[in-house]
Design a protein around this ligand. Sequence first.
Ligand SMILES: Nc1nc2c(ncn2[C@@H]2O[C@H](COP(=O)(O)OP(=O)(O)OP(=O)(O)O)[C@@H](O)[C@H]2O)c(=O)[nH]1
Length: 758
Amino acid sequence: MELVKQLWKLLVSYFRKKDFAELNQGQLHGNLGAIFGKNNVFALCRIRNIGIMAHIDAGKTTTTERMLYYSGYIRTLGDVDDGDTVTDFMVQERERGITIQSAAVTFDWKDYRINLIDTPGHVDFTVEVERCLRVLDGAVAVFDASAGVEAQTLTVWRQADKHQIPRICFLNKMDKSRASFTYAVESIKQKLKTKPLLLQLPIGEAKTFRGLVDVVTKEQIIWKPTSDLDDGKNFEQKLLLEADDPNLFQEVQDARNTLIEQVADLDDEFAELVLGEYSENLDLIPADKLQSAIRRVTLAQKAVPVLCGSALKNKGVQPLLDAVTMYLPAPNERSYEFLQWYKDDLCALAFKVLHDKCRGPLVFIRVYSGSLKPQSAVYNINKSCTERMSRLLLPFADQQIEIPSLMPGNIALTVGLKQSATGDTIVLSKASAVAAARRARRDAGGEKRSSSNIESLLLAGVEIPDPVFFCTIEPPSMAKQQDLDNALSCLQREDPSLKVKLDPDTGQTVLCGMGELHIEIIHDRIKREYGIETYLGPLQIAYRETIVNAAQATDVLDKTVGDKRHFVTAELEVRPRSGERATTKPAIEYAVGVIEELPKEVQGAVENGITNSCIQGPLLGFPVQDIDVTVQSLTLHPNTSHTMLSACVSRCMQKALKKAGIQILEPLMNLEITVSEDHLSAALADLAQRRGNVQEIQSRQDNRVVVATVPLAEMMGYSTVLRSLTSGSATFTLELASYQALNSQEQSALLQRRMGLV
Ligand SMILES: Nc1nc2c(ncn2[C@@H]2O[C@H](COP(=O)(O)OP(=O)(O)OP(=O)(O)O)[C@@H](O)[C@H]2O)c(=O)[nH]1
């Protein structure tokens, strides 16, 4: 029997893949043609730019796939486990069943144009999530209904808070045996500190989950599997009557009253209705009035609508799409201060770069005002350069269709921009940027333009956290070094969280990344996409250095090059800084009398020298963090070049840092392990051996969640160990918490290891 089942699964999977291959070749293009054939210009109020975000494996890609299917843009349902979804199109994504890079798709749902971005859930790709959130107007947060809020949910939720993005919650996986609507809602309330508005109640849970009731309209939706195809298109929608199910009817009645109360508390306009016209009978409040009020509180981010379903079992996705159009904002409902300065001129943000072998860099752009046309020149404010764009493409995962223009509120791909990178602001022309700057100055009351004023003309970029892992990367032969450098520079433009540098001692190329998986994927991409078989050195931890005491140093440089004498004397003081957020940017000040005499360019050269010496600390060459520097005195010969000045200051800094005593800091990680009760003690015992510090053990349904901190150095290859300790049942997330000082024994052991003595 088991064998027959396996064979059947194989057959289904084969035909799905076959369908998908055919779909890629023909059907998809047909559908894209259909989009293009239609009126491609949507009124702003009918556009939704949304993202799908969640903890790893919550079901983002599966939900996206269903959205594409129900909107008619694909005719066969893909499956993450079969590696044939539309948005996970990278080979690595299909092989591993995870999303690595965000994919943008454009589709229409009931007269609305939806630009949707499926984002990765793995913590190593958090930067990818953030740069997409930057251009979105709204987001759907997907939850595994059996797990509620998980570690990475918190991270992406905070990112969405930072960009003030209105959200809808979708409790997915309601079919799972441990799914619990009540538990998931409670965890949203407790952990995300938000007000969930229950817009639906599930009918059945786990195996019995078969539909839901819309609390606003009191309609029940029951999915009816047909014998041949259970794709979720067949459902019955009708008013729930007391006779159908008296208990459920009462539950819905209570839920609607609670919802009305909640919304009335948050929205004055609705409160007036509740207290006035409908005070006698809340039942009479029309659904559309309640929906409008829910929309207002969602847009104001005072509360979050909650829906539920099972994407895998094809239930609940159509109502979710309705909710996206109904409750998430249109581009013109978001306020952006900078738009007033550009008037109707083009203002757009480049938020992602892809490298295409034939077409070169493809830059994803979101237009905020004005419009963009192919074959036009645009001005990049960040790079201060004019670039020519040749074509405009509408993205559909890994395929695109050419479009004649891009209107405000929309997202598209541009071909031909060579300089633009993630986070750059693109405007019509230099003159337009100057005019916008003038208007901004006028609005600021005619003040002289300060640098922060200029920054407000630029759309905010994305903060890239420092990498925690690094390793050397070697080409197979010296002849391939140039190809490797090219590949790395293309990959870096695509992925700002990847850092590449040269080891000054060995001359080797060093890759720095956000985690083991990140570096593994980059290595794999270099092989597959650029055809270079590279060798990675052992993965190493990116430590930091700091100082323990205050110290002073002086340095003199006296060099004659040709007929020019370069003469500098510098005296610096360094002090440890405490209390503030860890930063590798030194705080620089000048002793009385020094700054008045320094021209601006000289000051720039001094600060360059100080900052550069903090990039590589004196002990092990790691970045130096948390120091204050005072320039006590500085004398220089008028002929001295800025390079010589910086070099002298840098040398003086190194002396002062050495005198101050160097302390090595190691990355300390927040670790969250979800493990069954049976394997809890094994996981804890292992953690104790890794210098782990358990802070809390929570219960999550039948599982336990261990919240701990642990040094990153102890976590190499942890996934394999945890898998074998828990028979593959546990999962974990790891995220940088802070940097902590090594004790003297650990520090000397590390020094010896780095010097190759042990
Ligand atoms: N039981 C059940 N499984 C689901 C459901 N939705 C998704 N899954 C499964 O959960 C796993 C992860 O699904 P994905 O859609 O890849 O999740 P994701 O959030 O996109 O994952 P990442 O992008 O890697 O973070 C796959 O094995 C899916 O088949 C659901 O509604 N019910």
